[in-house]
Design a protein around this ligand. Structure first.
Ligand SMILES: [Zn+2]
Length: 265
């Protein structure tokens, strides 16, 4: 296992940490409280860094809810209730063993700060508009858990890659799409502020699992029938950077905004 170096970006606000912001720097505080913990960066993934750099075991130590992918880009990750699920390119879902690894993931210990009833007919666009108007600031991070009945959900997964790795914008040409009608399930994911561009995905990023945990994927669209949305406000960001040759060598200078758009939509 390659070593991870830890770069911490503290976004602690004084009203929470009072007159002792140093308290926010303790590892205990970071693990327990409102922290988005992330392995590697989205631009490294866009650049084709698909080798796992952190074990599933170590990821679970940082959160019970989240999203990501796996070593060799082998499927979509959904972390839910402390379990790490893989939605494979064939649509099959499995619980991933602790010894497997991830090249990119984000997790948190989910602790709901607000709960909203989501009305019938809400889709991805109206969801983002509703959440934008419900959150205290678009300059913080948020974790979501939306559970209930969906009229439709459209997802995708990505195929396992072999070296030499192609950039993600090329690989997504081979993605598989899954369409669900009248399905019960849960979406988890994050809102990241615009200033994380290059590090994570600015805006909303959700993954889906059906209630029976047998299908899911990276969310491309949905229409809600009836659901409850829980929102966890996160004001700490812990970035775990791989100390690998591949990460040292990847070009993280250039703007990959257009590649990201091709990959996410
Ligand atoms: Zn995704």
């Amino acid at each position: 296992m390659k070593k991870l170096i830890v770069a911490s970006l503290f976004l602690a606000s004084l009203n929470i940490y009072g007159l002792n912001p140093a308290a926010a720097a303790s590892q205990d505080t970071l693990r327990q409280k409102d922290t988005l913990v992330q392995v590697a960066t989205i631009d490294a993934l866009l650049g084709g860094l698909y080798d796992g750099v952190a074990t599933i075991d170590s990821l679970k130590a940082h959160g019970d809810t989240g999203i990501g992918t796996f070593d060799q880009l082998d499927g979509e990750m959904v972390v839910l209730d402390g379990k790490v699920y893989k939605v494979g390119i064939d649509g099959h879902v499995e619980i991933v063993p602790d010894k497997e690894t991830t090249p990119f993931a984000a997790v948190t210990f989910f602790d709901s700060d607000q709960e909203l009833a989501v009305s019938t007919g809400l889709n991805l666009d109206s969801f983002t508009a509703m959440v934008d108007s419900s959150i205290p600031s678009t300059n913080l991070f948020y974790a979501f858990r939306m559970e209930g009945q969906f009229k439709s959900v459209r997802t995708r997964s990505v195929p396992e890659q072999q070296k030499p790795y192609r950039p993600l914008a090329e690989v997504v040409k081979d993605q598989a799409f899954f369409n669900f009608q009248d399905v019960q399930g849960v979406m988890v994911g994050f809102y990241c502020p615009a200033f994380v561009k290059g590090i994570n995905v600015p805006g909303y990023h959700l993954h889906f699992l059906t209630a029976d945990r047998k299908a899911g994927g990276h969310v491309l669209g949905f229409t809600v029938d009836q659901a409850t949305l829980k929102i966890d406000t996160l004001n700490n960001f812990l970035l775990l950077l791989p100390e690998t040759e591949a990460f040292a060598g990847v070009d993280l200078q250039r703007d990959r905004k257009h590649e990201l758009e091709r990959v996410e939509k």
